[in-house]
Structures are given as structure tokens and as C-alpha cells.
Design a protein around this ligand. Structure first.
Ligand code: UDP
Ligand code: MG
Length: 326
């Protein structure tokens, strides 16, 4: 019997968790030769998720949970789940049933066919606000054109992976994690399974537009240093152009004498250069902020509670937590 851990990041999902479990159970019970367990990662929820998970894990032997000490974000929750899994395969899926459990048998089928990873992607982006979908397209186009790690547009964080691939992902111990890029970066053979987008019926999306914009920026700066090279190239071009302009002005002044008017052109040059310098500083600053956060090397998550008597921290150490271990 091969084992599979279903890792579910949860942030304020108490409303949907019981339905999630019953719907997913209906599907996975029908899959032969695989034994499924759940690792719910409670990402500092402020609703009843913690109490609910405690109860669910007491009622079912194959339901486990990890609770963070505060909200660390979905990336941290996925990492914690993967770190604490010992199964032959891991499935990552959202709690809100936007990732249809009915895809799991198809994923298992692809894994049995010999692939390392079976990942879901949306067939359409229907049901999503126009502007958000437009920005998303723009992000993937831009990011893929400048980065060596090509990301698949419409890919979602719903995938089944082999132990080997999970171990490879865990070797990337960066603090600021961008899983969509990490999944591609580690390589392995991935098949894509398209599915129709499902709207969230219970609860609300935890993403704000600002959050998504930051995510997109992190996605680009985590996987390519091309923007830094762009800054250098723009600087070089401006330097050469300014040398030519200085030479031309000098010669003109020597031949024709001092020419006082020029307020407009002077202002344009000063403003333009000021803008370019600020923008370049901003881009460099973005990378420095990454170095700063990585250099501090803080743990990606802090665990507070679990049904397991021993858990694995973000740094890979095994620790014991208080709580009612099974
Ligand atoms: N989530 C999380 N921590 C967060 C935000 C979200 O663990 O800080 C979980 C959330 O509970 C859900 C999944 O990540 O299971 C996807 O979140 P959401 O549905 O809000 O995102 P969307 O589907 O809109 O991309
Ligand atoms: Mg969702």
C-alpha cells in the first residue's frame, strides 16, 4: 500500500472544513492501493478552525493538523505540510473546494503512469474579475519573458508529487518562498490536468489586490536578476548618450559662444534622469530587501500545536509541542 498525505493550508476556513473533508473522503475512498492521510495546516486562523481541527483529528485517525503561532501565509503553510510529511506522495490542495477532489483519481492515474508530478491548471479563468485576470496574464508574460524559470499560466497550487520531488523542494530552504517558481525550478516530469474553474461557495478569498501585486513582484525578483542587468544597461546607454551630448554642447559653445536659453531642455533632462535614478534604486532596493530577509534567516513558520507528539520545524529539527498527541 502506497501512502499519500493531503496537505491543506487553512486560514479562517472553519465554515468549509467539514464539507471539504467529507467531499474529499468520498473520492479518495474509492482509490485502491493508496492510503490517504490529511495534514491540515492551520495558518493562524482567527475563527474556530483550531478547535475544529482538534476535534476532526480526534475523530479520525488519518486526520492530522499543525497549528502556527500566527498567520505566516499560504507559502509557509505548504512548506510546513511538506516538511512534516513522510508519505510516498504528497498532494497540496486548498480547503475551499476550489480545487475539485474529483481530480485526485486522475492525478493518481498519471502518477501510476510514471510521472513525478500531476498538477492542475485552470482550463479557463471564468468567474474571475476581468482586471485581475488581465494582470495575471501580464504577469506571466512579463515574468516568463525575462526569467529562466518558465511558469505555466493558469497553474494552481493543486498537485500530487512524488517523494523525490518533495525532497528536492525541501532542499530549497529560502525564507521568501514562491512555490509556483520553486515547483518549476526543481524540474522533474510534470503533467498538467486542466479543470473548469470553480467559484468559492463558502467563505471568502484571502487575497487582496495589494497582496497579489507583492506576490507578482516577489515572483519575478526571486527567480531572475535580469531587472538588475536592465538597470546596468540603461545606465550605460544614458552615460554614452550624455558623453555625446556634452561633447556636442562644448564644441557648440566654443564655436558659437554662450547660449543662455535652454530652461526647458535642462528641466526635461534633470527630471528624466531623476526618474531613471529613482526607478533603478527601487529595483536594486527590491533585491536588497530579499538579501536582508534571507540574511536574517528567520524560520519560515513557528508551530504552536499539533496532534502529533513530534513535529518538524522550518529548520528541519524535530521538536515536541504541548497538546493532546494521539
Ligand atoms: N491560505 C492560508 N494562509 C493565508 C491565506 C490563504 O493558508 O494567509 C489558504 C486558504 O485557507 C486556502 C488557500 O490558502 O485554503 C487559498 O486561499 P484563497 O482561497 O483565499 O485564495 P484564492 O483561491 O482566492 O487564490
Ligand atoms: Mg480559493
Amino acid at each position: 500500500m502506497q501512502t499519500v498525505d493531503i496537505i491543506v493550508p487553512c486560514y479562517n476556513e472553519a465554515e468549509v472544513l467539514p464539507t471539504f473533508l467529507s467531499e474529499t473522503e468520498k473520492i479518495v475512498r474509492g482509490i485502491q492501493d493508496f492510503s490517504f492521510s490529511y495534514i491540515f495546516v492551520n495558518d493562524g486562523s482567527r475563527d474556530d478552525s483550531a478547535a475544529l481541527l482538534r476535534r476532526m483529528s480526534r475523530e479520525h485517525d488519518h486526520v492530522h493538523y499543525l497549528s502556527f503561532s500566527r498567520n505566516f501565509g499560504k507559502e509557509a503553510a505548504m512548506y510546513a505540510g511538506l516538511r512534516n510529511s513522510t508519505a510516498d506522495y504528497c498532494i497540496i490542495m486548498d480547503a475551499d473546494l476550489q480545487h475539485p477532489p474529483a481530480l485526485i483519481p486522475k492525478m493518481v492515474e498519471q502518477i501510476l503512469a510514471g510521472h513525478d508530478c500531476a498538477a492542475a491548471c485552470r482550463a479557463t479563468r471564468e468567474g474571475e474579475k476581468g482586471i485581475r485576470s488581465w494582470f495575471s496574464r501580464l504577469f506571466y508574460k512579463f515574468s516568463n519573458s525575462i526569467s529562466d524559470v518558465k511558469m505555466v499560466q493558469n497553474a494552481v497550487d493543486f498537485r500530487m508529487m512524488s517523494r523525490q520531488m518533495v525532497d528536492a523542494i525541501l532542499e530549497l530552504s529560502e525564507v521568501e518562498r514562491f512555490s509556483k517558481g520553486i515547483f518549476m525550478w526543481v524540474g522533474f516530469d510534470t503533467v498538467w490536468i486542466p479543470y473548469e474553474n470553480v467559484e468559492r461557495t463558502i467563505g471568502t478569498s484571502k487575497w487582496s489586490f495589494k497582496g497579489l501585486a507583492k506576490y507578482a513582484l516577489d515572483g519575478i525578483t526571486s527567480f531572475t536578476i535580469k531587472p538588475l542587468k536592465l538597470v546596468r544597461n540603461v545606465g550605460l546607454i544614458l552615460f554614452i548618450v550624455s558623453l555625446i551630448y556634452i561633447a556636442a554642447t562644448l564644441i557648440k559653445t566654443l564655436i558659437m559662444g554662450i547660449d543662455v536659453p535652454g530652461y526647458a531642455s535642462l528641466l526635461c533632462v534633470v527630471l528624466f534622469l531623476g526618474g531613471v535614478i529613482e526607478l533603478s534604486l527601487g529595483i536594486v532596493g527590491e533585491y536588497i530587501s530579499h538579501i536582508y530577509l534571507e540574511a536574517k534567516d528567520r524560520p519560515v513558520y513557528i508551530l504552536q500545536e499539533s496532534d502529533r507528539d513530534a513535529v518538524i520545524t522550518a529548520k528541519g529539527e524535530t521538536i515536541r509541542l504541548k497538546g493532546d498527541a494521539k
